[in-house]
Design a binder for this molecule. Structure first.
Ligand code: ZN
Length: 490
């Protein structure tokens, strides 16, 4: 277990040595998608960032419980608790059930994540499946005097909270400024203070997603689900809360206030935020015409794209930058990432072809050491990829005979290179060629089994058994069938 892993904590505004509350267990909560549309570039970055953190913590020996939610209710169009529910609106436009919308885009999100080689979280709770927990939390916050009820809706009382605690400590916002700067919105007169936010909203007659509660038939406020579900699955105090920087205010600020109001103390020890993506140096937005879904990126079907980019090119591109820097997508930058990825994958293929020498001219332990040092320094993937790039040069030099490695060093290099690139960074070959190679394996198994059939017909049972046993050693189970054979890979 590493005691040298440093992670930047947005709350303390500094890098901290990572020490879990209850080692070897680590509790990590990350805000997941609101499932009302196809996943886009903005979804890829937090997913890859926290996938890397999940993989790296596992590599360091921790048992990570990674909770990433699905928001399927309560996220209104306007962050100030106004407008229609995003999912309900999409359902109305497409004449579907809200849960059909949520399911469709959850599937679409999962599919994109799988293609990006993002591991599934340990638990993926849905907001609509945790209404009781959210009602219980509102009840507790009311009891402790940090909320008030008006006409069946319950609002968080930011001013009352700020008298005992600090509202704004994550984002650095000051309540008096917020109150001065927030304009009164239509229909917001129920709130005592424009900075207050909804914990429970009474449903209007046309609002279709609604549940019974002590206050009204209604629905929970968006911020509430994360506080309720993180507490349920990770306890009142847990190690890491993550998400995109765009969620820091108001969403994460409100989460902190809710947890402190209900439990009397902070829930998450460390807050980790990935920075935003831009497209050709512009913020991504539907109104700007530069809104690119992941599917469009993977197929190239968008007017701003000159070609398709593979999911692995996107992953590699995201990892090339440190997660706390902004990341600008452009065709030039993606094409450069594509070249970098191909160079890395080529090196992976070169490794098994290296010929051993009597002596090593290189110190192979430096690859893992350099990558560990980079990742220990607040997940500096840019530095790690620079170290890998150096070693790609070395691998090619050994192939060319200008550097030498012993057989043992080649084995170490192979295993370290795979550990860093495939297991920790999650980079794999997702090209057509890789798919073709999978088809080729199937064809080769069929070829061998046809030869086995011939051997059996010729009463050469020794050869037939040998083929079956050797395949079994490779994890291929062969079953004799009426008209030939069946096989499966374990
Ligand atoms: Zn959240």
């Amino acid at each position: 277990m590493s005691s040298t892993f440093q992670l930047y904590n947005t709350l303390s505004r500094k890098k901290e040595t990572f020490e879990p509350i209850n080692p070897p267990h680590v509790g990590m909560y990350v805000c997941g998608p609101t499932v009302y549309g196809d996943p886009h570039l903005g979804h890829a970055r937090p997913a890859v960032t926290f996938d890397l953190l999940f993989r790296y913590l596992a590599y360091l020996g921790y048992k990570v419980r990674y909770v990433r939610n699905i928001t399927d209710v309560g996220h209104l169009e306007n962050d100030a608790d106004a407008g229609e529910d995003k999912i309900a609106k999409k359902a109305r436009l497409e004449q579907l059930e809200p849960m059909e919308i949520a399911q469709r885009y959850t599937n679409s999100y999962h599919n994109a994540m799988q293609r990006l080689n993002v591991l599934p979280p340990s638990i993926e709770p849905h907001a609509s499946g945790h209404i009781l927990e959210q009602i219980a939390m509102v009840t507790e916050i009311l009891k402790r005097g940090f909320a008030y009820e008006v006409n069946g809706s319950v609002y968080f009382d930011v001013e009352a909270y700020n008298k005992k605690h600090t509202y704004g400590k994550l984002s650095g916002r000051v309540l008096s400024d917020l109150m001065a700067n927030t304009r009164d919105l239509d229909g917001q007169d129920e709130k005592r203070n424009p900075a207050d936010f909804a914990l429970w909203k009474k449903a209007s007659p046309e609002h279709i997603m609604r549940w019974e509660s002590p206050w009204s038939v209604g629905f929970p406020g968006w911020h509430l689900e994360c506080s309720a579900m993180s507490t349920k699955y990770l306890g009142e105090t847990f190690d890491i809360h993550g998400g995109g920087l765009d969620l820091m205010f108001p969403h994460h600020e409100c989460e902190i206030a809710q947890s402190v109001a209900a439990c009397g103390h902070d829930a998450a020890r460390m807050w980790v935020h990935n920075n935003m993506v831009t497209i050709n140096a512009q913020k991504m937005g539907k109104s700007l015409g530069n809104f690119i879904t992941l599917e469009e990126l993977f197929t190239g079907a968008h007017r701003l794209l000159t070609q398709a980019y593979s999911p692995m090119t996107i992953r590699f591109f995201i990892l090339q930058a440190h997660y706390r820097s902004t990341l600008d997508f452009s065709n030039e930058a993606l094409q450069a990432a594509e070249k970098g990825l191909q160079r890395l994958l080529a090196a992976q293929k070169t490794l098994p072809q290296l010929k051993p020498s009597d002596k090593s001219s290189l110190d192979v332990s430096r690859l893992l050491a350099a990558c560990r040092a980079a990742l220990d320094d607040d997940l500096n993937t840019a530095m790690a990829l620079a170290a890998i790039s150096e070693w790609i040069k070395n691998i090619n030099a050994v192939k060319a005979g200008t550097e030498t490695l012993t057989a043992a060093d080649i084995e170490t290099l192979k295993s370290d290179f795979t550990l860093i690139t495939a297991d920790i960074l999650g980079i794999k070959d997702d090209s057509q060629a890789a798919d073709n190679r999978q088809d080729l394996s199937a064809e080769l198994i069929n070829l061998l089994l046809n030869l086995r059939q011939q051997a059996k017909s010729g009463k050469d049972f020794a050869t037939a058994d040998k083929i079956r046993n050797e395949l079994a050693n490779l994890g291929v189970t062969v079953k004799d069938a009426k008209d030939g054979f069946e096989w499966s890979v374990s």
